[in-house]
Write a protein that binds this ligand. Sequence first.
Ligand code: G3I
Length: 486
Amino acid sequence: MTTTGLAALLLVALLPKAPAQTLRAAGDKHQLLMGTAAGYGSLNDTNYTTTLAREYSQLQPENDLKWGSVHPQQSTFNFTNGDGLQAFAAAHSMKMRGHTLVWYQGNPSWLTSGGFTPAQLSTILQTHISTVAGHYQGKIYAWDVVNEAIADAGGGVRSSIWYDSPGIGFAGQGTKYIEQAFRWARAADANALLFYNDYGIEVVNPKSTAVYNMVKDFKNRGVPIDGVGFQAHLPLSSLDLASFDTNLQRFTALGIQVQITEMDVKVPVDANGNATAADLTTEANVYRSVLNVCLKYPQFTAFQTWGFTDAHSWIPGSYPGYGAALPFDKNYQPKPCYWQIRDLLQNQAEVLPIAASSGQAARTVTDVSYSGGEGIVFDSVAVGNYLTFTVNLPEVRPYDVRLGVKKFVGRGICQLAVAAAGTTNYTNHGSPIDLFSAAASFEEIDVNTFTPGTAGDKLFRFTVTGKNAQSSDYSLAIDYIRLIPQ
Ligand code: G3I
């Protein structure tokens, strides 16, 4: 072997072993699909395709399966772009989601200007649904059957060519035309999951209540519906998270799946499309806090953004002065929101590998007051007991380390120490943390900034150093480790 070859081999041997670092691998730990909208026209850009295949486990055509694209003339269906995206998804083991069979927008002029009667429109819509959903039978696992059919104000049914202008025969009959579309979709593909998809329904409000009442009615009467897509096109001011939580609670109680289908966060940008660092941090917190609420629900099955790179996003065109809405920047570099989404999924205590423990074994608890609905409890019985997680630090850079814990009357005090994987050279990090509290409260504790000397796997050890004078026990309850790249 040449010296160069030997050096290369040594270098490979010295590199940290490939950790689960992509969004899709982090999502897999929670049986969660990590999705993005994508465009067939972008598949000729290798930056685009490399990032898409590496990071995402679900793909949804942003525009290529809309009526104008797939059904350009009354008697012509064009599956070229949709099939191209489907082949890409299949080649990279990604699930494909379909968007959308019934919408008030995106319709071709032969349809909107055709002067069709309700009876003719009914036949046209049924043919479209059976042809398109039929074509992708077994290839598209879930469809946005009906998109944005509820009006923004008041929660009535939105006026559209399908409802009342002139409609398919159910004008004035509320959600009856939507029900018909779901029945046709089920007939076209008995196995695809059928979703209703809309924006502005994330929190409890008249619009989301109208959707809730419709889904409840459909479930009661056996109309085939499997889920609701919450688009989540959001501003930096975030959401009322408590109301979002209450809303997900009532929707999941209906026995359906819930998915985030089109998330992006519009951020003010300068003339070059650049946002301030402070706004990118706020954006990261919006993404993290939304996903954090969703993770509590086992019925939450996919987290999808409306594109993944700021190089291709509908925001700058539709909201001049805004942009930077997605997890990757224009050069396909991960942004703070990418790190926070990934960190939230990857560093939940219940999915972190436990490298060692002494005294007692750690146990997973299921409790919705933990993010992700789970946490790790370490029933330590004595000073000196420790619990060690393996945590991956992808880059040599300063991280603000935060710790999600649950405090309680029977909790101990612990000291965090960090060592490189495979060593025992632990260095204390931050001050001892007292987990005693009269209330069973949850808290995120800022432990300190940490700069690793090398990237890769690190051992994060929590050693019991004592207990509060009022505490009855020494146990630790850990929800997550949060790493914020500085
Ligand atoms: O492809 C043509 C191009 O050939 C032409 O030169 C150009 C001129 O305007 O138009 C291009 O098509 C545009 C297409 O995006 C692709 O960029 C359409 O005009 C434009 O209307 C279309 O906008 C899409 C919009 O839906 C309307 O269909 C956006 O990309 C897409 O992000 C947006 O997505 C919607 C979801 O479907 C539903 N929820 C809201 C979301 C955002 O509006």
